[in-house]
Design a protein around this ligand. Structure first.
Ligand code: HEC
Ligand code: HEC
Length: 371
């Protein structure tokens, strides 16, 4: 049988890079510490898709959207006849035509909503300014992002299942053609123009370069951290000196107003210690803590601690439901290890907490403590 060239090398390389990056982006979503990698790959997937859309409007045989089959009647026929003999398609069959468009739409939707979550929740990236105005909706945006991402994954599974089914039932060579480019057929072979070749090189080249650039420059506009460190010593020297003398300097945004008031009005009996101060000093620090309490912060941890406390009278951060949930996977023996000593010793794992920073990427459990 004669062979025809169907998928250009650019389409095939794009497909492979996409498979790897989508796989990675899903795995990395589980690791908070690797959030900037998740973001960098997400942006790259977005760029790859934008090029793919442009490619679809260029006159590239089989890859252009004009050559896709969106006819619903054909789709129905294709699906109903899966188990019997079915019509052969050289380019995209009706099912894969729809799947590809769905994947592009859901993939780009995932990227865009991801940027919104990154901005509203973490105060990071190109939309970091949204943290101030929209932080109360951070959970909503996260749900929407997950909905897009999971739907994207669902279509990918259907697409893979379809390809495998086609292989088992009809010994289709779709996988081989996506790797080698050729299909057994007497259809017209694909021929790229010079301009299309240049476009293909730019497509793959700039996408790889873009990804490496994002990784190598964590402070670039797209993924940069807009959270600025706070110099508590300068902001409130008394608070800094008094509250840092026995333990980590806890940023005021980690507890609600009523917790600070209750704690400050009872310093004589402060977790078994006497931390009492002169009345005027006490009021001075209390005012500062209340002004900067969780209610007045747009930070993710402030918002979530506040939400989890509800009206309970909790004065220890480590007793809040949010804190407990976020640290539930850490072995108890790590907290009591020699290097850490107590869960309240936040700075052992959150290196910049005393500058008011609690970002995912700064979390580090000391090696020795892991035993
Ligand atoms: C004399 C020593 C001392 C001073 C001074 C002191 N603390 Fe404490 N603080 C403690 C001890 C001890 C604990 C209990 C730590 C533990 O449970 O491991 C504690 C716990 C806390 C906790 C709860 C930590 C957790 O487990 O979530 C907060 C919040 C806190 N202190 C805030 C303050 C503030 C604000 C000041 C300044 C006004 C202050 N502390 C000054 C000794 C002190
Ligand atoms: C033994 C190390 C360790 C100690 C001590 C520790 N943490 Fe954590 N913390 C972690 C780890 C690891 C995570 C990330 C858990 C995850 O992946 O969900 C985390 C997550 C968090 C988060 C969520 C991060 C975010 O983006 O909002 C907050 C807030 C937090 N810790 C606050 C604290 C505070 C406050 C203290 C001290 C009272 C503390 N932690 C003590 C290890 C520690």
């Amino acid at each position: 049988m004669i062979k025809s060239y169907i998928w250009s090398s650019f389409t095939r390389v794009f497909h492979i890079i996409l498979v790897i990056s989508v796989g990675l982006v899903f795995i990395l979503a589980e690791f908070d510490k690797l959030l900037s990698w998740h973001a960098a790959i997400g942006f790259t997937i977005g760029l790859l898709f934008v090029y793919r859309i442009l490619w679809g409007f260029m006159d590239v045989k089989y890859s252009k959207f004009k050559d896709f089959n969106f006819n619903l009647h054909d789709l129905q026929e294709y699906i109903f006849n899966v188990f019997t003999d079915k019509k052969k398609y050289v380019g995209h069959n009706p099912a894969s035509s729809w799947a590809i468009v769905a994947m592009i739409a859901l993939g780009l939707g995932s990227v865009f909503t991801g940027i919104v979550v990154y901005g509203t929740q973490e105060g990071m990236g190109i939309l970091s300014f949204l943290n101030i105005s929209l932080f109360k909706d951070m959970d909503f945006f996260e749900d929407v992002h997950e909905l897009f991402a999971n739907s994207f994954m669902a279509v990918i599974f259907i697409h893979i299942a379809g390809v495998l089914l086609d292989r088992v039932l009809h010994s289709s060579k779709a996988i081989e053609s996506m790797i080698g480019g050729y299909k057994e057929s007497d259809a017209t072979s694909l021929k790229l123009t010079f301009f299309q070749r240049v476009f293909g090189v730019v497509w793959i080249g700039t996408s790889i370069f873009f990804f490496l650039y994002l990784l190598a420059n964590p402070s670039n506009l797209l993924i940069a951290d807009a959270n600025t460190p706070v110099d508590y010593k300068k902001e409130h020297t008394l608070f800094f000196n008094e509250c840092k003398s026995c333990h980590t300097l806890y940023p005021p945004y980690l507890l609600p107003k009523q917790s600070w008031v209750k704690m400050m009005d009872n310093l004589e009996n402060h977790f078994g210690d006497d931390a009492s101060l002169e009345a005027s000093d006490k009021e001075f620090i209390k005012d500062y803590l209340v002004q900067n309490a969780a209610e007045n912060s747009t930070k993710e941890s402030a918002f979530k601690i506040l939400k989890s406390i509800k009206d309970e009278e909790i004065i220890a951060i480590t007793k809040t439901p949010y804190w407990k949930r976020r640290h539930s996977e850490i072995d108890k023996s790590i907290f009591t290890s020699k290097e850490i000593a107590a869960a309240s010793n936040c700075k052992a794992c959150h290196q910049n907490i005393e500058q008011g920073l609690l970002n995912d990427k700064d979390i580090k459990i000391p090696e020795i403590a892991k035993g």
